[in-house]
Design a protein around this ligand. Structure first.
Ligand SMILES: [Zn+2]
Length: 463
């Protein structure tokens, strides 16, 4: 049974989709005014692991937005004198390139805020009609005094609320629980704007997510997730706007991924500890090692990113690869052993139990390494059989479907093309045609295949 810690209650609660069949999940996507940093990707990797785990149990409809309208985007696009689509397009493309390198699966529906303006206008009209919103100057604001549970998600004390005070910016601090802007009138002639019955302008950031989430997932989502720094004001405001319209709970479960620290400090450009995935690849780290590091700590704990933890992540991945190479190429006799089956079933159940326990990825990885240790011992003792190998490699394929840290070729036992080249090379060697055999070895190397001649024959692995 899957348990997830719900920020609404602070408790780990059993989770099943409301309709018993399909999980309706919304994740706040990137704001595309810059390259996403590795702290952002910690959240997206968590959501990817959650996604894969949910899909192992139910159908999933996972929606993620692209925030392509917000204060910074409007300001930066205006400074460059380009349209906001033109300004955001390269950052959106970079986000998906980085996500692919990190093996983050694409959500089922990806929504750009600029495509949902009519839905946003409709929400504002309904909030104006039922008294949750009011016009002031050429903008429209949400009246937090009209929503008695405002602050429940972020545990704001009602007394802190500044009734009647207003705030226009998309992002603000906890000390400012004011009426927030739903629709902003343009500040000058150049600002991007859309026509609406209540005046020309553009949506506030919070409104965008409510409109896109409810359009695709209905009025009550099963899961809404994001990073902890979105709890206030973003998610608090999403709840107020959505429930202000529907009078139904907006999301049953709220999940929040904790911060990533770099060398125990908050990442910031001024401190020089700010990294994008591109920066880390330039330093020579592999994207899979970055993914491994990002998922190696359970999502609700702070993760401290250091050069040493990066190297440890790479070493852990290498250990798995070494083990798979050894297992794949070992000479085993036919049959199976009850001991190996026990090792495997224990690892499988601990792996699932870890993920079921609030996506405890650290426990799931521990189960993988327990198996690696036990199987290495069994290999030393000649205690593994051919069928055990098949079952263990099959499970590693499943581990990869869930964690995406072991490339498929590590698990494959056969690659006809590679084996064909190795056979040709061995024939050349037998004929003492060393020029040909060296050429074939180089050809294999160019394909990323390393070969090793052993007493048991030629073994190969990928770099
Ligand atoms: Zn959002």
């Amino acid at each position: 049974m899957l348990k997830l810690t719900n920020t609404l209650t602070g408790a780990a609660e059993p989770f099943t989709p409301a309709d018993g069949a399909t999980v309706r999940m919304y994740a706040c996507g990137p704001t595309v005014h810059n390259f996403a940093h590795i702290g952002n990707f910690r959240t997206f990797v968590f959501e990817d692991i959650l996604r894969r785990h949910l899909k192992s149990k139910w159908n999933l409809l996972h929606v993620m937005n692209i925030t392509d309208i917000d204060d910074k985007i409007i300001r930066n696009a205006a400074e460059k004198g380009v349209d906001i689509r033109e300004y955001t397009a390269p950052f959106t493309a970079a986000f998906f390139e980085d996500s692919a390198l990190l093996r983050i699966e694409k959500p089922d529906v990806i929504t750009a805020a600029t495509d949902y303006i009519p839905e946003m206008i409709q929400l504002v009209e309904r909030l104006l009609a039922n008294g949750h919103a009011y016009r002031e100057g050429n903008s429209v604001y949400f009246r937090i005094a009209s929503f008695p549970t405002y602050g429940r998600l972020s545990r704001l004390d009602r007394r802190e609320l500044k009734v009647g005070a207003r705030i226009d910016s998309d992002e603000y601090e906890k000390e400012q629980p004011n009426d927030f802007v739903l629709w902003k009138g343009p500040k000058d002639d150049t600002e991007k704007r859309w026509d609406a019955p209540f005046g020309t302008g553009r949506p506030g950031w919070h409104l965008e997510c409510s409109a896109m989430a409810m359009k695709h997932l209905g009025e009550t989502l099963d899961i809404h997730c994001g990073a902890v720094d979105l709890i206030f004001p973003h998610h608090e405001n999403e709840i107020a706007q959505s429930e202000g319209v529907t009078s139904k709970p907006f999301a049953r479960f709220w999940l929040h991924a904790e911060h990533l620290l770099v060398d125990n400090a908050k990442m910031s450009k001024s401190k020089g500890n700010f990294y994008t995935l591109r920066d880390l690849i330039e330093k020579g780290y592999s994207p899979l090692a970055v993914r491994y590091l990002l998922l190696s700590t359970q999502y609700r704990k702070q993760l401290n990113f250091t050069a040493a933890s990066m190297q440890a992540a790479q070493a852990s991945l290498d250990r798995i690869k070494e083990f798979l190479f050894r297992l794949r190429t070992a000479r085993l006799s036919a049959g199976e052993t009850p001991e190996a089956r026990d090792i495997l079933s224990k690892a499988q159940s601990e792996f699932e139990a870890g993920l079921d326990d609030d996506i405890n990825t650290a426990q799931a990885l521990a189960a993988v390494f327990d198996l690696v240790r036990a199987c290495n011992t069994a290999l030393n003792d000649n205690a593994l059989r051919e069928e055990d190998r098949g079952a263990i490699l099959d499970w590693f394929s499943e581990v990869d479907r869930r964690l995406a840290i072991i490339p498929a070729e590590e698990v494959e036992t056969k690659d006809e093309e590679v084996e064909g080249l190795i056979a040709q090379r061995n024939a050349a060697r037998r004929n003492r045609d060393f020029a040909a055999s060296d050429k074939l070895r180089q050809e294999l190397l160019d394909r990323g295949v390393l070969i090793e001649d052993t007493r048991e024959g030629t073994k190969w692995r990928r770099k």
